[in-house]
Every structure is written in structure tokens, then in C-alpha cells.
Design a protein around this ligand. Structure first.
Ligand code: DC
Length: 222
């Protein structure tokens, strides 16, 4: 069984997907973390310098980028880049501000989509991203499209980063969300669009428990 969860940045997709996977005892794959890890690799290896990406350099290094997900001692999934845990680094504003220039590249998307499809081979997964129900698994058993207002999404991201001890500016987060929405929906390669057969969930006025119940209910009805 493959459950695809797509939607805008910071609308709670990852939390819903993780909770759902845990509830159903499925594997959870956060594809945003994969694009973030590639972006972090670019920043670390001077492939992105002063806001400019060297596409050729990334192309020649792409095969040396290995991304894995592992559970830590508290059973929380963490992202590893070439055997190093980068979970904290990939969630910061620097990566968020540069990820769109990486995720729009066709060769990056082809490489990551290939890896994402391999996760689906053994079945029973919940995968979240932007193109899961449209490109990665167009025949997914269930497709959900998550949305929420920009204000609510920015507040959630702000609270999350503050809780992690980061020094962040609320307006910078709003700007980043608006800009990523624009990049995600207008890029040529696999833009964020709602699959015609996806069920829409607006999480603006719902807490985590209500969101999970809502999705489980839909799965039960179908
Ligand atoms: O879900 P997220 O905010 O962690 O994703 C980070 C970025 O990666 C986001 O700006 C869009 C991009 N992304 C994508 O293009 N395709 C995906 N399947 C997942 C994320």
C-alpha cells in the first residue's frame, strides 16, 4: 500500500505523514529531507556560492551523494548524508533559502525520484513531498493534498525553529514560504499541482490529532 501526501511548504505534511506511518506501522519517507540534504551538500562543498549554483559541479558529484533515513534511540527518524546525521542542519533557514534552486534541476529530481520509487518496491509506505501523487507514484493507493494559510504555516515553522533554539525572524519565514510556494508551483520540472484524484485537507484550523483522524477516516471510507 502506498500513501502519497503532497502539499505546500510548512503546512504540516511531514507531521501528518509521520503520525500516519506510525499508526499504520508503515515506513515513512520525507522526500523534502532528500532535497534538503542535497542542498546542504551543495552548501558544504561550495557548489552553491553567494546564492549561485554550479550545476555542472553538482552533476559530476551527484553519484557521491548518499542519503539514508535511520531511527535514533527515541525511534525518531533522522536524515543521514554520506553516513553523517544532518537532521538539524537541513532544517535551518540557510538550507530552506537555497533548496528551490536545487529542487528545480531535472537531473536532481530524476536521481531522487528513482531512489523514492525504490522505497516503494517493498510497499507499505507513507511518502510526503510535492510530486508524490503526480510523478513518483501516480498510481498510489491513496493521495492527499495538504494545505493551510500562509500565516498559520509561518507561525508553525517559527515555533518549530524557536523550540530548536534557533534565532529566527518571523517575517523572513513568511517571505521564505511565499517564495518557495512560487518556486514549487511555477517550476518547469514536476511543479507542485494537486493530482485530480487527491483528497484535499486544509489543516489551518485543525490540530495534529484531528488531522490524523480525518485522514484515517478517509482511508476507512475508501
Ligand atoms: O517539504 P520540505 O519543505 O522539507 O521540502 C523542501 C523543499 O524541497 C521544498 O522547497 C520543495 C522541495 N521538494 C520538492 O521539490 N519535491 C518534493 N517531492 C519534496 C520537496
Amino acid at each position: 500500500m502506498i500513501i502519497a501526501i503532497d502539499g505546500y511548504s510548512s503546512c504540516g505534511k511531514s507531521t501528518i505523514a509521520r503520525d500516519l506511518a506510525m499508526h499504520l506501522h508503515y515506513v515513512y519517507i520525507d522526500t523534502g529531507a532528500m532535497y534538503r540534504a542535497v542542498t546542504y551538500f551543495c552548501l558544504q562543498n561550495s557548489i552553491i556560492k553567494q546564492g549561485v549554483i554550479d550545476e555542472q559541479k553538482l552533476k559530476s558529484s551527484i553519484d557521491s551523494i548518499h542519503i539514508e533515513f535511520k531511527l535514533n534511540s527515541q525511534a525518531v527518524q533522522e536524515t543521514f548524508l554520506n553516513n553523517v546525521c544532518v537532521e538539524k542542519e537541513i532544517r535551518g533557514l540557510e538550507v530552506s533559502e537555497h533548496v528551490s534552486m536545487v529542487s528545480k534541476l531535472a537531473f536532481v529530481r530524476h536521481t531522487l525520484v528513482q531512489a523514492q520509487r525504490e522505497y516503494g518496491v517493498s510497499g507499505n509506505i507513507v511518502m510526503d513531498g510535492r510530486d508524490i501523487g503526480t510523478v513518483v507514484f501516480p498510481h498510489a493507493d491513496y493521495k492527499f493534498f495538504i494545505t493551510a494559510s500562509v500565516q498559520v504555516r509561518a507561525q508553525r515553522r517559527y515555533d518549530e525553529l524557536i523550540a530548536k533554539g534557533e534565532d529566527v525572524d518571523f517575517n523572513a519565514i513568511v517571505e521564505n514560504i511565499v517564495s518557495r510556494d512560487l518556486h514549487d508551483t511555477s517550476r518547469k520540472e514536476s511543479p507542485l499541482i494537486q493530482a485530480p484524484d487527491a483528497i484535499v485537507l486544509d489543516t489551518s484550523l485543525m490540530n495534529k490529532k484531528e488531522q490524523l483522524e480525518w485522514i484515517l477516516n478517509h482511508i476507512k471510507i475508501k
